[in-house]
Design a protein around this ligand. Structure first.
Ligand code: GTP
Length: 597
């Protein structure tokens, strides 16, 4: 068991690309935890690397001989950087006593950094500000220093400067962790109370849960209980995380470690849950536990109906290591049998889509994402609806509520106008506008989440030329005047194209949907009428004129092989099409709503 006075648990708070992984690698290198040859160590899924986002947090232990001659145990707990995973970030933060606030010297403070920073401050973490990338010619360390002083009210001398690239200042960072981050506190003799801050799936060993012991001691072989799920397990193996898992017989208060107990399904391990002993349980769970609830939903349908069972098996496998993914069977008149999947947010949805494609080779059609709605009927009943087509008869509905978010946008003053317009167009309400420093402004909005899942990020990025950072938290459900807009192809309603939209925008929205679908659905051998309807009332219409498409017409003569190639090509192009009535509809069309200008 380690001496609690020599333990330092800390995390790194940084905006994406501000150099968190690079700096972490330097810390590992300096403490000789790893010898870096190439690449970066903390991210291990290849998808993660491509996206440059740490999807799942990890933890790693270093031993550092400080200038005072003593050796310290430093546990670096990695935090995912994206808003979709904000609850996981909050649990990682709760396991630490200190945080490095890493800010890119060329970029300054960004929205995500601020919201994670506030979380850290709420948990009373000691904040060590570090200005990173000071080797870059465009670095503006003085300006960034001003921002940091404004933000956390620290003294200039407390702000470190470093470069993950050259290694400059890295030792100062380690010394600051030892000297400024307080050691954990707790009672080694009290009943066991350990916070699960993360879990990973290992195909050989099952689910591995990462925890930090707040009180008490755990030994290999102990009978343990997860407080919130009530499940009991044997601690088959416990240990600490270095470059590999190092098994230990005993871990004490303040230590960070892992437990393997034969769990096969990620849904059994809930981030934020408390591990205690069966024989001598703690009285209370560690505060702040929260079930993560998916907020964004979309239908996922196999292109080939016979792939339905394969799709189910793939989703089940994905769920083994991603407890926040939910799915249930649903059927659509247009698309047949599929699943309604729930995601934490848009990025999470993209990740799952990509994994289905890459790891399981599944060809799927995904419908437009929507949020979850609370529907209140006239009898006083309430129902959560995850799909516009599951809405009860409008005459039965008293009112509908939709989730609202509190959004923070940090940008340069030059873009306030267009950003304000975008957010107001999206039914947003400005709550606060604050000048951070120099030319930068922080805007706070209340916005319906449903408007964010549809083409918000892209628009924000393009109108701000990339100089706007965005972060959000779910705030509350609020009543909204929503109506269901249906799309009909040749008179047939296509349920997968229905959306819920605000009454005031519904007609204009229907018109744009019809125009967009006209562009996206290829001409066929008959006219196709595209109509938008609210209830029985048609509000917009477009027609796709017929064409007789003969791809081989261009080939004169009898070049058979060329002809065959063209036909094959056409066949391939058809792969992501779905036959609806007599109309062939490409995948793009189901996402038309995301591309409205
Ligand atoms: P995510 O994993 O996407 O959150 O990013 P991160 O914050 O971990 O950033 P990462 O360490 O991947 O660095 C982002 C980019 O900045 C990479 O191209 C790095 O090579 C570069 N970089 C990181 N630190 C420094 C530095 O101190 N100086 C310079 N010049 N470049 C750096």
């Amino acid at each position: 068991m380690e001496n609690i006075n020599k333990i330092r648990n800390f995390c790194i708070i940084a905006h994406i690309d501000h150099g968190k992984s690079t700096l972490a690698d330097r810390l590992l290198e300096k403490t000789q935890t790893i010898k870096i040859t190439e690449g970066q160590m903390l991210d291990d899924m290849d998808l993660e690397r491509e996206r440059g986002i740490t999807i799942k947090s990890h933890a790693i232990q270093m031993e550092y001989k400080a200038n005072d001659g003593q050796t310290y145990i430093l546990n670096l707990i990695d935090t995912p950087g994206h808003v979709d995973f904000s609850y996981e970030v909050s649990r990682s933060i709760a396991a630490c006593e200190g945080a490095l606030l890493v800010v890119d010297a060329t970029q300054g403070v960004q929205a995500q950094t601020i919201s994670n920073l506030y979380m850290a401050i709420e948990h009373d973490l000691e904040i060590i500000p570090v200005i990173n990338k000071i080797d870059m010619p465009s670095a503006m360390p003085e300006e960034v220093e001003d921002e940091i002083v404004d933000l956390i009210g620290c003294k200039r001398e407390e702000i470190l400067r470093a470069s993950g690239k050259t290694g400059e200042g890295v030792e100062d960072v380690l010394e600051a962790v030892v000297n400024r981050v307080p050691h954990p506190e707790g009672d080694n003799k009290a009943p066991l109370q350990a916070l699960i801050f993360d879990s990973v799936f290992n195909s050989f060993r099952g689910i591995i849960a990462y925890f930090k012991i707040e009180n008490g001691t755990i030994r290999k072989g102990d009978k343990v209980k997860f407080f919130n799920t009530g499940m009991e397990y044997d601690a088959d193996e416990i240990g600490v995380l270095k470059m590999d898992m190092i098994a230990r017989n005993e871990l004490g208060t303040g230590e960070v470690g892992y437990i393997i107990s034969g769990i096969k399904n990620a849904t059994e391990v809930k981030v934020g849950d408390t591990i205690t002993h069966v024989a001598r349980p703690c009285e209370k769970a560690i505060a702040g536990f929260q079930e993560v609830k998916p907020m964004v939903f979309a239908g996922v349908y196999p292109i080939d109906p016979s792939d339905y069972e394969n799709l189910r098996a793939s989703l089940e496998k994905l769920q083994l290591n991603d407890a926040s993914l939910t799915f249930m069977p649903e059927s659509s008149v247009a698309l047949g049998f599929g699943f309604r999947c729930g995601f934490l947010g848009l990025l999470h949805m993209e990740i799952i889509q990509e994994r289905l494609d890459r790891e399981f080779n599944m060809d799927v059609i995904t419908t437009v994402p929507n949020v979850s709605y609370m529907v209140y009927d006239k009898q006083g009943g309430e129902k959560e609806v995850h799909n516009p087509s599951g809405l009860p008869d409008p005459t039965m509905i008293d009112h509908i509520e939709e989730p609202y978010i509190r959004a923070t946008i940090i940008t340069s003053c030059d873009y306030i106008g267009p950003i304000m317009k975008l957010c107001l167009d999206k039914r947003g309400e400005l709550i606060k506008q604050e000048y951070v420093s120099g030319n930068r402004v922080e805007l706070h909005f209340m916005l319906p989440l449903g408007e964010i899942v549809i083409d918000f990020y892209d628009k924000l990025k393009s109108i701000s030329k990339g100089y706007a950072s965005f972060d959000y938290h779910i705030d509350s459900f609020r009543p909204s005047d929503l109506v269901k807009l249906d799309i009909l192809l040749n008179g047939e309603p296509v349920d997968a194209l229905s959306t819920l939209t605000h009454r005031e925008n519904a007609v204009a929205f229907g018109r744009r949907m019809c125009e967009k679908l006209k562009d996206l659905i290829p001409r066929q051998q008959f006219d196709i009428a595209i109509q938008a309807a609210i209830g029985a009332k048609i509000v917009a219409r477009e027609t796709i004129k017929q064409v007789r498409k003969d791809v081989t017409a261009k080939c004169y003569g009898g070049d058979v092989s060329r002809k065959r190639k063209l036909l094959e090509k056409q066949k391939k192009g058809k792969k992501r099409m779905k036959q609806i009535g007599n109309v062939e509809v490409p995948q793009k069309a189901f996402l038309a709503v995301l591309k409205l200008d």
